[in-house]
Write a protein that binds this ligand. Structure first.
Ligand code: SAM
Length: 243
């Protein structure tokens, strides 16, 4: 910004993230299926189970992208509830909106372009917030976690689904090889855009591991913070509450 709140590095990262998701939006869903062998669907299904949403609830699907979680929540909360899908990137939101509309999901979903670091919602507003494969793209993660806590209702739940650190050395090796060698090549083949997928692999490597993210959530004021590993810790689901 003009006021020096953000460093040049932070601005560069934000620009890069914007470029990546504008560039991959149209093929994002198919790439997810191809690159994760469809397993992202299981990770998301587990997230929905842990969320334990109920009819009438008010839910924020942050960094919601093309709306996979939003679609599931929309069915659960019904017409007395509501789901806000928020994302910083309008290309991703547009792809999401088209997909959800095609599936007849219209009544209880609203779309908001917003930065996770400074959420444009009132305090104590949501019963549940999810951020799936989004936090690692956020420049100031601590600010984002504080912002999420602020807009949660007392008793509300935050779920962070994100790549993490595999538990076993063998899995780590396989996973490194896959994300650094195979993934960018596959990305290049399908989208003609190797750079974006190199960024994605790099962002996965740089992301805080299970215990670090747990501590970050505690530092942001969340309580009873815990996590479960999936696929040997390739992905972890962190949960925390606001009381
Ligand atoms: N949640 C969806 C899913 O699981 O399929 C999309 C995940 S996609 C890998 C990451 C999303 O985070 C992108 O849509 C991107 O635009 C969004 N994003 C990145 N930085 C963000 C920020 N600071 N605030 C909000 N959304 C952000």
């Amino acid at each position: 910004t003009h006021f020096g709140y953000k460093t040049v590095e932070a601005e560069k990262k934000a620009d890069l993230v914007a470029d990546v998701f504008h560039s991959v939006a149209a093929k994002y869903d198919i790439m997810n299926d191809v690159m994760s062998f469809g397993i992202h669907r299981l990770w998301k299904r587990h997230t929905i189970e842990v969320a334990a949403a109920r009819p009438g609830m008010s839910i924020l699907d942050l960094a919601g992208g093309t709306g996979d979680l939003t679609a599931k929540f929309s069915r659960i909360v019904g017409n007395t509830g509501s789901v806000v899908i928020a994302d910083i990137n309008d290309s991703m939101l547009k792809v999401g909106r088209t997909k959800l509309r095609d599936r007849g999901i219209v009544n209880n979903v609203s779309y908001v372009q917003a930065n996770a670091e400074a959420l444009p919602f009132p305090d104590n507003h949501f019963d549940i917030i999810t951020i799936a494969f989004g936090l690692r793209n956020v420049t100031d993660k601590d600010a984002a976690l504080r912002s999420m806590r602020r807009v949660l209702k007392p008793g509300g739940k935050l779920l962070v689904l994100e790549f993490s650190k595999p538990k076993h050395e063998v899995m780590r090796k396989v996973y490194d090889l896959y994300s650094f060698k195979v993934l960018p090549k596959m990305g290049a083949m399908i989208t003609q855009d190797a750079d974006s997928y190199e960024y994605l692999a790099e962002s996965i490597r740089m992301h805080p591991d299970q215990e670090t993210l747990k501590q970050m959530m505690i530092d942001a004021g969340l309580e009873q913070v815990d996590y479960t590993n999936m696929t040997d810790g390739v992905v972890a689901l962190h949960r925390g509450y606001k009381f």
